[in-house]
Design a protein around this ligand. Structure first.
Ligand SMILES: CC(C)(COP(=O)(O)OP(=O)(O)OC[C@H]1O[C@@H](n2cnc3c(N)ncnc32)[C@H](O)[C@@H]1OP(=O)(O)O)[C@@H](O)C(=O)NCCC(=O)NCCS
Length: 292
């Protein structure tokens, strides 16, 4: 049978929806009841905005995205609270986002494609977030953070201002990245976690700590010294305990780390093998991933 031509549908707008000026709605957009879409907003094709959402000025949402009920996108920054005047700060979200109910995302942040957020996630202003990142329920990403691609943050992770998390890191529930070495102060020194590192549940990383790639921070650890590549650090205060490459899989007895050779769920090398995928990357990307 010949392919049927795709028939574009007009946007479907619910009751009590207010739409501002210069708003661009893609094909098949659905906006449910009681939403407010302010000025200069772009909603990509097939995006779905559930009930009671507030989308403030200058939000750009990529195609095929779903925004759950009661979300605020493009929340004001401090400059608005000082003078109650309009200040242009865009919030840009890539395509295929799933942002569950109750999230608040501030203006000035750029988020890549395939972003997923649990419920009541907050992301403050001026952060850069890569592709295929997920942030579990109640995770709080403070401003001016840089988060790479394929970073997984589970529930209730606190990412302090100016933190840097490189590609393919795993951050488990209740992890806290601090930044003020002498609280309270105006000094902010963010944590830097390098590619493929794993930070297990309830760990606290003290300000300015550098966690090198392929390392593992054990559950409940307080990390107050830099962590070297392949180091396993545990305890309070954290102490190096092992080389991650010596940790064995409980079922097979085989070495399990680096995990990228044994785990590929939702990863770009799925069904392809890490080394095959890695060989396709350009030199800058290779350097960024495992060169440091
Ligand atoms: C208490 C604190 C200020 C100590 O910092 P510091 O004086 O720079 O400490 P040092 O790194 O010089 O460490 C001194 C000793 O105390 C130990 N130590 C320091 N902080 C520790 C902690 N939080 N838990 C356990 N031991 C700690 C160190 O291991 C070191 O022991 P050693 O001499 O046997 O090696 C710091 O640990 C801290 O809590 N900073 C605040 C972070 C924060 O929560 N900010 C607010 C949120 S952003």
């Amino acid at each position: 049978m010949a392919n049927q031509p795709r028939i574009a549908k007009q946007p479907r707008i619910g009751k009590n929806v207010i739409i501002g000026e210069n708003v661009i709605l893609g094909e098949n957009v659905v906006i449910q009841n009681n939403c407010i879409i302010e000025d200069n907003v772009v909603l990509g094709d097939n995006s779905y905005i559930d009930n009671n959402c507030l989308i403030r000025n200058d939000v750009v949402l990529g195609e095929n995205s779903t925004i759950g009920a009661n979300c605020i996108l493009g929340e004001y920054q401090m400059d608005f609270f000082k003078d109650h005047e309009y200040h242009k700060h865009e919030l840009i979200i890539g395509k295929n986002a799933i942002i569950r109910s109750g999230c608040i995302l501030y203006s000035g942040t750029v988020i890549g494609d395939n972003f997923q957020a649990g419920h009541q996630v907050t992301i403050r202003e001026n952060s850069q977030i890569g592709n295929s990142v997920s942030a579990g329920t109640l995770t709080d990403i403070q401003g001016h953070c840089k988060i790479g691609n394929y970073v997984r943050m589970h529930s209730s992770v606190h990412v302090g201002t100016s933190s840097v998390i490189d590609d393919c890191c795993w951050i488990y529930p209740y992890v806290v990245f601090t930044n003020d070495p002498t609280p309270p102060s105006d000094t902010e020194i963010g944590v830097h976690v390098h590619a493929f590192a794993i930070v297990a549940t309830n760990a606290i990383i003290l300000p300015g700590i550098d966690v090198q790639s392929d390392s593992l921070i054990g559950a409940g650890t307080i990390v107050n010294r830099n962590v070297e590549k392949y180091q396993v650090v545990v305890g309070n205060p954290g102490k190096p305990r092992a080389d991650i490459r010596d940790i064995k899989n409980r079922e097979t007895g085989e070495p399990y780390y680096p995990w990228r050779y044994h785990f590929d769920r939702n990863m770009p090398w799925k069904n392809y093998g890490f080394d095959n995928w890695y060989a396709t990357l350009d030199d800058d990307m290779k350097q960024m991933l495992i060169g440091k």
